[in-house]
Design a protein around this ligand. Structure first.
Ligand code: BTN
Length: 242
């Protein structure tokens, strides 16, 4: 499998998408030391200084496009387990795929799907984890909302060991899911979840819903018990209520 490594690129997701469009194989990895235009979910920018791990993976799963979200949950589980394996930090997962520690965000995942006529063409799974970013870098408005492995554990983590552990976990889960489905991924996701059982606010494009997060369904959507019954959310910005 090929690994592309950049000192700096605008966005590894953008680079990976170009490679995927040109026919690059499943399993290709794109890594950058820094990104000048890192992208987050919901059209946000993603800060990507040196010291973090900015990675995109090209996948070509034989799945209908509506199941792509399950690969995002899979990556969140693989990243949680990689972090626990190579550092002293044990993150939890906030739905759908943020890695959290002490209420602050450690990592995020942005999955971009290319599909035509209900057929999945390729997926670019982008993951950013604040690995060795010093605590004082998160000054100002970031201080309350983001952190790094180094800031939490007090020591640098081997980024190579992290990437190896992540890719190993991911490959294992991916092959298992191809054969017997996503049950095990969902089970592990539930185990690491910091969302289930909590009061949540879900911000949608035009309104906000509140309730208690009760479960995820077999496609990875969030089920929230609201005053008007249990509702299913496919997307949206979830905040945990204190
Ligand atoms: C989020 O909003 O939580 C998702 C953040 C995803 C960031 C990663 S860094 C590597 C890849 N390239 C990008 O431009 N974004 C993703």
């Amino acid at each position: 499998k090929k690994v592309y490594h950049y000192r700096e690129v605008d966005s590894t997701n953008r680079a990976a998408r170009e490679l995927a469009r040109a026919g690059e194989a499943e399993g290709t990895v794109v890594l950058a030391e820094a990104q000048s235009a890192g992208r987050g979910r919901l059209g946000r920018a993603w800060n990507s200084p040196c010291g973090g791990i900015w990675l995109s993976l090209i996948l070509r799963p034989k799945l209908p496009p509506y199941k792509a979200q399950l690969l995002t949950l899979m990556a969140a589980v693989a990243a949680t387990e990689a972090t626990a394996a190579v550092s002293a930090v044990t993150p939890g997962i906030k739905w759908p795929n943020d890695l959290m520690i002490n209420g602050k965000k450690l990592a995020g995942i942005l999955t971009e799907v290319s599909a035509e006529m209900e057929q999945l063409n390729y997926i670019v799974l982008g993951l950013g984890i604040n690995a060795n970013i010093p605590a004082d870098w998160f000054a100002g408005e970031l201080e309350q909302i983001a952190t790094s492995i180094m800031a939490q554990s007090g020591e640098a983590v081997s980024r190579v060991a992290w990437v190896q552990a992540f890719l190993r976990n991911m490959e294992q889960e991916y092959m298992q899911a191809e054969q017997i489905g996503f049950e095990d991924v969902l089970k592990r996701w539930r185990r690491y979840s910091v969302t289930l059982g909590k009061g949540v606010d879900v911000q949608l494009a035009d309104h906000r819903e509140s309730g208690t997060a009760v479960d995820i369904d077999e496609q990875g959507a969030l089920l929230v018990r609201t005053e008007s019954g249990v509702k299913t959310f496919w997307a949206g910005d979830v905040s945990l209520r204190p």
